[in-house]
Ligand binder design. Structure first.
Ligand SMILES: Nc1ncnc2c1ncn2[C@@H]1O[C@H](COP(=O)(O)OP(=O)(O)OP(=O)(O)O)[C@@H](O)[C@H]1O
Length: 604
């Protein structure tokens, strides 16, 4: 299984910039409001410093009252500005998250089936749930906190420099140790906390299984074993927790000391400058208060920086979806293997043959399951593919539909390799119908509209009639009937017919039916096949047939055995040739006349 790709750091940075650029006004508003709030916050310590200086200079109560009133005004302004800044920040965050989710869904829907299969649905599910949520939390909650805290810190330290550059330099003494210890901690924290989580999960699992299997433990006298097992797990948790505790016991004391250090330094060195008349008492007091104020944003910044790192990693995984949406295209051109090349890049006109030349294919395990298939399906032809189970029929169907690309050789439509066709165009031209169908939660109309968004109710009804979906007549609300979990659930056969009706609406040139009617009981299947036969007139149809009547009605039959086409011709020719197909036919026919339809695919 190959996981989905992950975007590199440059791509994540670009996407983050793009996210901000698309809502420039909102971002500017948030920044301006937060900066204004931070500036209002700066005024209070400065005014307090002024009070100290005024009192030292012998100023009266009136002057102090005025300054105190100004402090009150600033605190009020800061509160109001911060409130609106947060409101604007969250609105921006919600919009950005909504946009991210929409884009993620559209990229995920564009993924080709083979990419999702290779990656595993769990991988996509994790990215669409855990990762998208982590990015959402980061954008909505963490980024604003980091932006605000950074702005506040810049302004606070800037203000100390403005008070006096020497005080500014002294104020910076705590930063190097904070920076160094944070780097040290972050590098070790993620793996350590992951290990702690895993060890705790193992311990929980050990304890619950022992409790659940208490009777078995007692009967088999496994007490000592289980106790030893549990003790070993407790030992692992203990070791893991000691490791995280060791990290915290370095990180927090260093950070706490780094907060106190510059305040002490400003008071000490500021006091020295004061005695030399370089700074005033008010300036020293204001600088110390600014540093005290800086503790809160610094704390928030450190607290969220780890979450921001996690958000960055999740963003890379979210952006990775869709970076490799198509099957690997094999570097073989039709010209190199003698297929006439279509001119230009215009859509391939219908009526063109679907040609397979020298196709070899292997799944992830590396051994070939198709060994050089050559096949030309003429436009409008009905070709049946039969063969024993595991012979490679479904694999060939996937190649013909362009879901997978051959490892060697080429599959082309009208002279163009189908993996070169635009995916949407390819899906419109060639449809693969398998036994797996999904009924989406929604109305019957919604379920049909996926295939043809512009289809009228009348067209939808005729599509249902065409595939023999008699159950439609019993639906209480017709096309508005709600389907899916919790509403009306369709039986497997009905869901199959719904899928066929979608196909009628999608109107592709070429239909590849991979045991499409297999889930239907024989009577329904025959009825559906008849209905389908009427619908498919004029189209190229490739049917993987396990009921040999499909092969009997086809123009030609291809027999696949062990990844090779061993017979190809009309039903009559192949029966006359008395080979593998003739044997299958005789055996199936005998089964059919007994009233038990044989399944050609199961006979080797
Ligand atoms: N996803 C997969 N990964 C690895 N091997 C696979 C995969 N799908 C099919 N195969 C193998 O490829 C070979 C051809 O399988 P395929 O499903 O194409 O045969 P089939 O003729 O359609 O069989 P059936 O009639 O039972 O569906 C088999 O050996 C099968 O085990």
């Amino acid at each position: 299984m190959t996981g989905l790709p992950v975007a590199d750091r440059a791509a994540v940075r670009r996407a983050a910039r793009d996210l901000l650029a698309r809502d420039r006004r909102a971002v500017a508003t948030v920044l301006v409001l937060h900066s204004a709030a931070a500036v209002a916050g700066l005024a209070a310590p400065w005014l307090l410093g002024r009070i100290v200086d005024e009192v030292a200079a012998g100023a009266g109560v009136a002057a102090v009252d005025l300054l105190a009133l100004a402090i009150g005004g600033c605190v009020l302004a800061q509160g109001l500005l911060a409130r609106y800044a947060q409101y604007a920040g969250h609105r921006f965050g919600e919009r950005a998250v909504a946009r991210l989710r929409e884009e993620f869904v559209s990229r995920a829907l564009d993924l080709s089936v083979s990419v999702v299969e290779r990656a595993g649905t769990g991988e996509l599910a994790t990215r669409s749930s855990v990762d998208v949520t982590t990015v959402g939390t980061t954008v909505r909650d963490v980024v604003p906190v980091i932006v605000i805290a950074s702005a506040q810190l810049t302004l606070l330290f800037g203000a100390i420099f403005l008070l006096h550059p020497l005080l500014g330099l002294v104020a910076l003494t705590g930063l190097p140790s904070i920076f160094a210890v944070t780097r040290w901690y972050l590098r070790r924290a993620t793996p350590a906390y992951l290990a702690e989580g895993a060890a705790t999960a193992e311990l929980t699992e050990a304890l619950t299984t022992t409790a659940e299997g208490a009777r078995t433990v007692e009967t088999l006298r496994l007490d000592a074993d289980r106790i030893a097992y549990g003790t070993q797990r407790i030992g692992r948790v203990w070791t893991a927790r000691r490791a995280t505790l060791a990290l915290r016991s370095v990180f927090f004391p260093v950070v706490e000391a780094s907060y106190a250090l510059p305040i002490a330094a400003v008071l000490l060195i500021g006091g020295f400058f004061l005695t030399r008349g370089v700074v005033t008492l008010g300036e020293v007091v204001a600088a110390a208060l600014y540093l005290q104020q800086a503790v809160d944003p610094l704390d928030r910044l450190l607290q969220w920086v780890e979450q921001a790192q996690r958000g960055f990693a999740s963003f890379a995984r979210v952006l990775g979806v869709g970076r490799q949406s198509e099957p690997d295209v094999v570097p073989v051109t039709p010209a190199t293997i003698g297929i006439p090349q279509a001119r230009g890049t215009a859509a391939t006109p219908s009526g063109q043959p679907l040609v397979v030349r020298g196709a070899r294919f292997s799944y992830a395990d590396g051994h070939d399951v198709l060994h050089g298939i050559d096949l030309e399906v003429r436009s409008g032809e009905r070709l049946a593919i039969v063969g024993p189970s595991g012979a490679g029929k479904s694999t060939l169907a996937r190649l013909l539909a362009g879901i997978d690309a051959p490892r060697e050789g080429v599959v082309s439509l009208g002279g163009r390799p189908i993996t070169d066709l635009d995916p949407a165009e390819r899906r419109r031209r060639i449809a693969l119908v398998t036994q797996e169908h999904h009924v989406f939660i929604g109305s019957l109309r919604d379920n049909l509209a996926f295939a043809a968004p512009g289809a009228s109710d009348e067209q939808m009804r005729s599509a249902l009639v065409a595939v023999g979906a008699d159950w439609y007549a019993d639906l209480p609300d017709g096309l508005d009937t709600q389907l899916g979990d919790g509403a009306r659930e369709l039986a497997a056969a009905d869901a199959q017919q719904l899928a066929l009706a979608r196909l009628v609406l999608a109107d592709p040139d070429t239909l590849i039916l991979d045991e499409a009617t297999a889930a239907l009981d024989p009577t329904t299947a025959r009825r559906t096949e008849r209905a389908l036969a009427a619908v498919v007139a004029g189209r190229t149809v490739i049917a993987i047939a396990h009921r040999l009547n499909t092969a009997h009605d086809a123009d030609r039959v291809a027999v696949i055995e062990d990844g090779r086409i061993t017979e190809l011709g009309s039903h009559d020719d192949l029966v006359r040739a008395d080979g593998a197909y003739a044997a299958l036919w005789r055996s199936w026919h005998a089964g059919d006349s007994d009233g038990h339809q044989g399944r050609a695919r199961t006979r080797k």
